[in-house]
Design a protein around this ligand. Structure first.
Ligand code: FPP
Length: 247
């Protein structure tokens, strides 16, 4: 049985109605660094520390899935130094999580076009996934070289080739079939998506899966996001009336 530090806010959380799957767009690392006169890399490094705290807390709370946007298919356009730094940070995060997050029972997966990542990073992803696959706590999807449109194109190609090979009939194609060809197959859709730093858009993150997600935005920059902010966001989520198109 896990123990939560008691404070007023987490006493207001209904632990029987937690989101099943939280998506997080961890935005604002660059601005956080700039405000302090630091290089952008310092913001990413601080963001990685925040991520560890938030995942650990979600796991303690009993949330079963979290997907975090670490590197998008568009992020390659950033200066090479920044891309190299982020790749290196991800590599170390994965290596390190064998000691930290994995020890806390976290299952780690990467979602996205991993074929385009360096062979070393691909090997490390495989190793970390293998190392954590028998854990039973939260599943953390790290969206890495991820873009929702690419994910949907990939699914469309797979389904089309199954139709060409007569494995499926075109009439059988439905939304469940599309979901089952996404990186998040076998996982519930995110019911809650958080984005920090005051930007209010999805930026090609889980577009299909977010059809009914509750969206939550805050002005804080990602490295400043705290466990208390997470608790506040979950209370807001629990106060919303989710109708899924009904009345
Ligand atoms: C957006 O902030 C953030 C990213 C593009 C990278 C997110 C990465 C991390 C939080 C750390 C690494 C993650 C892992 C899993 C180790 P931005 O750089 O666009 O910030 P800005 O909008 O203020 O410039």
């Amino acid at each position: 049985m896990f123990r939560l530090k008691k404070n007023k806010i987490n006493n207001m959380i209904d632990y029987t109605r937690l989101p099943a799957h939280i998506g997080v767009i961890m935005d604002g690392n660059g601005r956080w660094a700039k405000k302090r006169g630091l290089p952008r890399s310092a913001g990413h490094s601080a963001g990685a520390d925040t991520l560890k705290k938030i995942v650990t807390e979600c796991n303690k709370m009993g949330i079963k899935y979290i997907t975090v946007y670490a590197f998008s298919t568009e992020n390659w356009k950033r200066p090479k130094d920044e891309v190299d730094y982020l790749m290196n940070l991800l590599m170390n995060y994965l290596k390190d999580s064998e000691k930290t997050l994995a020890g806390e029972n976290v299952i780690i997966k990467a979602i996205g076009l991993r074929e385009e990542l360096s062979p070393q990073l691909q090997d490390q992803i495989k190793k970390t996934e293998e190392f954590t696959k028998n854990n039973t706590g939260i599943t953390m999807n790290i969206a890495l070289n991820y873009g929702a449109r690419e994910e949907l194109v990939r699914a469309a190609k797979q389904i089309a080739s199954e139709a060409v090979e007569n494995i499926i009939n075109i009439d059988e194609i439905n939304s469940d079939m599309i979901s089952s060809h996404l990186y998040t197959k076998d996982q519930p859709d995110p019911d809650f998506i958080i984005r920090t730093s005051g930007e209010e858009r999805l930026s090609n993150f889980l577009l299909w899966q977010a059809a009914y997600s509750e969206l939550w935005f805050c002005d804080k920059l990602w490295p400043d996001f705290t466990i208390k902010d997470l608790h506040k966001s979950i209370i807001d989520f629990q106060n919303r009336n989710r109708r899924f198109g009904g009345v």
